[in-house]
Each structure stands twice: as structure tokens, then as C-alpha cells.
Design a protein around this ligand. Sequence first.
Ligand SMILES: *Cc1c(COP(=O)(O)O)cnc(C)c1O
Length: 388
Amino acid sequence: MPHPKAARLQALPPYLFKEIDRLKAEVAAKGVDVINLGVGDPDQPTPAFIVKALQKAAENPEHHQYPSYSGMGAFRTSAAAWCQRRFGLELNPATEVVTLIGSKEGIAHFPLAFLNAGDVALIPTPGYPVYHSGTLFAGGVSHFMPLVAANNYLPDLNAIPEDVAQKAKMMFLNYPNNPTGATADAAFFEKVVAFAKHHDIIVAHDAAYSEMGYDGYRPISFLEIAGARDVGVEFHSLSKTFNMTGWRLGFAIGNAEILDGLGQVKANIDSGAFNAVQEAGIAALESDQSSIAAMQAIYTERRDVLVAGLQALGLKVEPPRATFYVWCAAPQGMTSTQFTALLLQEAGIVTTPGSGFGEPGEGYVRFALTVSKERMAQAVERMTKLTF
Ligand SMILES: *Cc1c(COP(=O)(O)O)cnc(C)c1O
């Protein structure tokens, strides 16, 4: 008996990494030593003090029972204090912080709280696929805002048609940006706040890369902008900041009423993050943050090796000042997927085609800085033998 999938699943674009996984397996089967610069998953282990904190917390029987839906009080207090130290934000941990089972969970569930069937969400493209899939699952309609080099990969709010802006209920943004590595300044966020107030739109800012800034650059929080808390929330993640992707821990901050909607969805779907993991998160957030500086130093070295190598090949690429992605233009006359296939088949290097993140990403390839600088140098060396 066939079991046709629901329309909401059939409406999803093909899974970005599926075709790449297939090609990767094909190349690896030939015995090629594959260098994986595809998926954005830190290669470094979680700092030992965080692992220790989990080990200790796992032994506490209190943590073996259901956690609180919106998060352990102590974790939310820690997250609020971290945001105070890092961004100067004053947040009430009881109402303006919600623990998430990774920020992806919160992002995916968020549209369920505010979109009715047919409501519009404004979504950056190229972008993290979850903004669109979450919108689809909620019965909403995505209106894509192109991110292009000419506008520094910031959406042109003036290009959003008036009738779309009227209908829009929410806008997703993500800076520092995956996949382009672009950053946003206060002037842009001020325009967003004004636009959101004018059109009565909820802003959901994904700040997963807030701690991945280089050369002294420290990304700002959207909520630092005057009036931002009237319109928005911000998603934070411990995944990239503390090499904790497998642990599933993040938090949302901002407008209490909006977060209450998200909390209500979560109370009906999941039962919160494991308290022992939240205890480990407290250890991470309350640490001296030296692990972050060490991480930044590692990615800076890798970035410099890769970008110098790509530039020497004549490719158009700028060193990103944030994120662990390098967004590189494909050689003249090649599409994203053609360049990705060439890199994989001729050099054994896995990358992600920019077009997989949305149509305006066509002509670009995303390299993730997820291998050692020695391995990165090897990748560069292999690329010098390519002809394009
Ligand atoms: C990695 C990433 C996240 C983090 O997801 P978690 O669920 O917290 O691991 C969120 N947004 C973007 C754009 C990302 O690249």
C-alpha cells in the first residue's frame, strides 16, 4: 500500500545535502580521501569543562524528571546575565528568555505561534532552509527577500511590494549570515525596526553566529536597537559558540508576549531540554569565555589559508569577518553545482552549492571552515591543479 506524504512535505524543496551526500559517497567509494567543507558543523570537541558539568549534572536524580517547558530557571537566569554582559541587554529571565532544544527547534516552531493559513513570512534567500520549512508547516506563505552582493547581502526592504508588506506577519533575518558570511550593522537593524513597526511585523532574528566574529569584530544583537523589543525576538544557540551542535541547546530572547506564543507551542509539542544539558549550558555561559577566543583564533587561521588560496586561483572572494563560511563566486561561466561537482570529482573537496540555499545564491559556492589549517592547505594545494 502506498503511503503518500502530506502536501506540506511534498511542498518542501529537495533536501540540500542529499545530492551532495550521494556524490560524496560515490567519490569516497573510489578510495578518494575526501576533504569535507560541506556541512556547517564544528570539528572541534566541546570544551572539557562543559563535558564535566554534564557528567556531574547527569548524576542528579532531580534532572531525570521532566524539565520545565520554557526552561530551567537557573539556565534562563544565566542566559539573561550572559546577554547583559555581552550585549548590555536587560532581560527578565522569567518572561524574556525561553530555553530551546537547539535554536533550530525554536525557529521551526515559531511560525506555528503566529501564522494563520495564507499569512506571509518574509524570508531571506539564500538562507537557512528552516525559515521556509517552518513557514510551510504552519500553512504560511514565504515571500523571499533576495540577498545580493550589490546590497552587502542585506535585504532591500524598499523592494518588498506594499501589498506583501501589508499581509506579512513576520520576518526572519540572520546576521552574521549563513551562507554568505555577511554582517549587519545598527543602521540596518534600525531600518528593520521602523519597517516592522510601520507594517506590524514580528521580527525573528537568528543570531546563531553572534560569537563567530574575527579581527576584533563583535556582532551586535538586534535587541540592542531602540524599539527592537517591541517587535522582535532573537534566537541564540550554544551549538557554534561552544562546539555543542550535538547537545541541542539554545535560547530565544526578546518580546515577552511573542515568546509566550512560542512557549505555548513548545508546551504542546516538546517537553523542554534535558536539565543536565542546561546545567552544562550554564557552565558554558558563565565561563570566562576564553574557549570562544580560542575558537575564533582557529577559524581565523583556516579562513586566511582558504581565502588566500582561492584568491590566488583568481576566484572572487572576500574574507568573511564573521561565521565559519567562505562565500566564493564560481569561476566565470560555471554554475554553483558545476563548480561543486568539479571540486568534488577532481579534487575530492566537498562544498555546498550556493544555489541550494536559494536562487540568488546561484553562481556561488559555500566553503565551511571545518577542517584543520593543515588540511585546508591540502585542499588549496589540490585546487591549484584544477583547470577552469
Ligand atoms: C547552525 C545554525 C543554527 C543553529 O542551530 P542549532 O539548532 O542551535 O544547532 C541556527 N541558524 C543557522 C543559520 C545556523 O546555521
